[in-house]
Design a protein around this ligand. Structure first.
Ligand code: SAM
Length: 292
């Protein structure tokens, strides 16, 4: 076997190629793809690199194919078929929005609210669930909660159903428009303790620069009218019909949308309304309480 086929060399060359095409985390992506090809964790991969492991010819070829796909800006998560989210590994692929690390903090807000509610069986509903990420994370971390989720896209629902099955079907999945959530949940309307949503919030003209987002995340998951806030306006009116008095609405949004989202919620009667920062101090989540 030649030097060119050593694992370390292949990973370094892939990282250089990724950097040259503008991928934000070239080393991490190269390592994750190598670990995927070998079917091992990143820790085990590091050990093999130190010990001078060589790819077999088949592994080298497979790695080369995946590197070419990633260099063409196919999302890493579509190539490996999975995304880590909170404590979960979720199946992801074409037709569904890839769950993002920043949404993990939205889950924390919801889990904290569920725990603080003191209810023996609190109810949570996730509007626009995509792969089921928020709903499944809440159901996993607050197993006493009863969790519902609504999704409009049939393609995304395929992934949500698959992930729900993998995790023991803890979430009641409903297909439909979030605008119709009150009728979708029937007699459960008015009984939820938390409504959570990471809705589409990009202004229609603000097409994302990253090819992974622009070309692979579904348009329904990204765009929401001229200012990106059409879905938030719908949430502000619909969520009150879902919640019990004193229930919480928690919404993720863009870093420059905090004050506009606060205004929308305040105008719709939510009190108090507050915006929360992410780990990089950017305003990314706004909560409102449905008055008693
Ligand atoms: C930004 S993605 C978030 C997906 C998932 N909650 C997450 O955090 O990974 C927004 C999701 O809302 C769904 N969606 C958009 N408009 C909707 C609507 N009117 N009714 C229901 N779902 C909608 C999209 O299909 C997409 O799955």
């Amino acid at each position: 076997m030649t030097t060119e086929e050593s694992l370390g060399h292949a990973v370094t060359a892939a990282a250089e190629e990724f950097a040259s095409v503008g991928i934000a985390t070239p080393e991490v992506d190269a390592l994750l793809l190598a670990a995927h090809v070998l079917g091992i964790s990143r820790g085990e991969l590091a050990a093999r690199m130190v010990s001078g492991y060589n790819f077999s010819r088949d592994q080298r070829e497979q790695f080369g194919n995946l590197v070419r796909r990633r260099s063409a800006r196919e999302p890493l998560q579509h190539i490996t078929g999975e995304a880590g989210f909170r404590q979960l590994v979720l199946a992801v692929g074409p037709g569904a929005f890839v769950p993002r690390p920043e949404t993990e903090l939205l889950v924390e807000i919801v889990v904290d609210a569920v725990m603080a509610s003191g209810q023996p069986s609190p109810r949570v509903i996730d509007l626009g669930t995509g792969t089921g990420a928020i709903a499944l994370a809440v159901a996993t971390e607050a197993p006493h909660a009863r969790v519902w989720a609504v999704e409009k896209s049939a393609e995304a629902l395929v992934w949500a159903r698959r992930n729900n099955e993998t995790h023991g079907n803890p979430v009641t999945l409903l297909q439909g428009d979030l605008a119709d959530a009150v009728s979708l949940v029937g007699e459960c309307a008015g009984t939820f303790d938390v409504v959570v949503s990471n809705p589409p919030y990009i202004p229609a003209e603000a097409v994302p620069r990253d090819a992974e987002v622009r070309l692979y995340d579904p348009a329904l998951a990204l765009y929401s009218g001229p200012d990106g806030l059409d879905a938030v306006r719908v949430l502000a009116t619909v969520a009150g019909g879902l919640l019990t008095p004193g229930g919480l609405l928690a919404i993720e949004h863009g870093e420059l949308q905090g004050s506009a989202v606060r205004q929308i919620l305040t105008d719709a009667g939510w009190r108090p309304v507050s915006t929360h920062p992410d780990l990089t101090t950017r305003d990314r989540y706004t909560t409102g309480v449905w008055p008693s």
